[in-house]
Structures are given as structure tokens and as C-alpha cells.
Ligand binder design. Structure first.
Ligand code: RB5
Length: 144
């Protein structure tokens, strides 16, 4: 299951991504918002927590820039969120950093690009090996 959330800045793009997930027959849970003016950390926390609780395997968070969502989501222990604006970074962030949350900025990228990045996020496997050592080092920082 994919956990998805947004603030008002990301609402329209979230609707497009949800349509795309539906078209692909992928399971998702929408954690809000519904377009009203909200505070993005609330939704970053909901999506991050859903992943930690095992409800969702991966998360997608959308705000105006993607940045606020990523800062907030990374405060949830065990979440590795990043803002992705291009295909290469998206692939590497999965393959090397094992990111479990994709953050996008609706005021930065268009729908076509966002769908492309979503596909890469969902399809790219973590490479493990020396990259796992590094992920564990990040967890150590988090646990201190
Ligand atoms: C809301 O206007 C905007 O600040 C938010 O969507 C996001 O871009 C924050 O990082």
C-alpha cells in the first residue's frame, strides 16, 4: 500500500497522482488534505507514521515545494524522505538511499514529470550492500 498526503499547495497534483495509481491498479490510502488550507507537518507525520506502523510500504507527500514535507517527514524516526525533481536523483535516492518517502513540489514540477518520478520511485529497488551500511549509519545518528 502506498500512503499519500499533501497540503493545499500539493492538492491538485495529489489528485493527479491518485488517478494514476488507480489507473495502474495500485493500492493506496489518502491521508488528506482535501484542498483546504492546512499545516503540512500534520500530513507528513500521518504518512510517516503509517509507514512505520506497517500500513504502508512507501509514501508520497506533496506540498508547494516538497521541502517542508521532506523536512517534517524526516523527523519521524525510520523515515527517509527526499525531494525529487529529476529522474536521476529519484533513481539514486531509491537505489542508494533506500528512501521510503517521495516528496514533490507541485509548484516546481508538472504532472507529467511527477508521474515519471512516481514510477521510478515505485519501481527502483534498493541496492543494499555498502549502501545498507550507510543507511544503518543514518539510523545510528537518529538513535543517539
Ligand atoms: C504552503 O503555502 C507552502 O509553504 C507549502 O506547500 C510548502 O511548499 C512548504 O514547504
Amino acid at each position: 500500500m502506498i500512503a499519500i498526503g499533501c497540503d493545499h499547495g500539493g492538492y491538485d497534483l495529489k489528485c493527479e497522482i491518485i488517478k494514476y495509481l488507480q489507473k495502474k491498479g495500485l493500492e493506496y490510502t489518502d491521508f488528506g488534505c482535501n484542498g483546504e488550507s492546512v499545516d503540512y507537518p500534520i500530513y507528513a507525520k500521518k504518512v510517516g507514521q503509517a509507514i512505520l506502523d506497517g500500513e504502508g510500504e512507501k509514501g508520497i507527500l506533496i506540498c508547494g515545494t516538497g521541502i517542508g514535507m521532506s523536512i517534517a517527514a524526516n523527523k519521524v524516526k525510520g523515515i527517509r524522505a527526499a525531494v525529487w525533481e529529476n529522474e536521476f536523483s529519484t533513481e539514486m535516492t531509491r537505489a542508494h538511499n533506500n528512501a521510503n518517502v517521495l516528496c514533490m513540489g507541485a509548484r516546481v514540477i508538472d504532472t507529467e514529470k511527477a508521474i515519471k518520478l512516481t514510477d521510478i520511485f515505485l519501481d527502483t529497488e534498493f541496492m543494499g550492500d555498502k549502501h545498507l551500511t550507510r543507511i544503518n549509519m543514518i539510523a545510528d545518528i537518529e538513535n543517539k
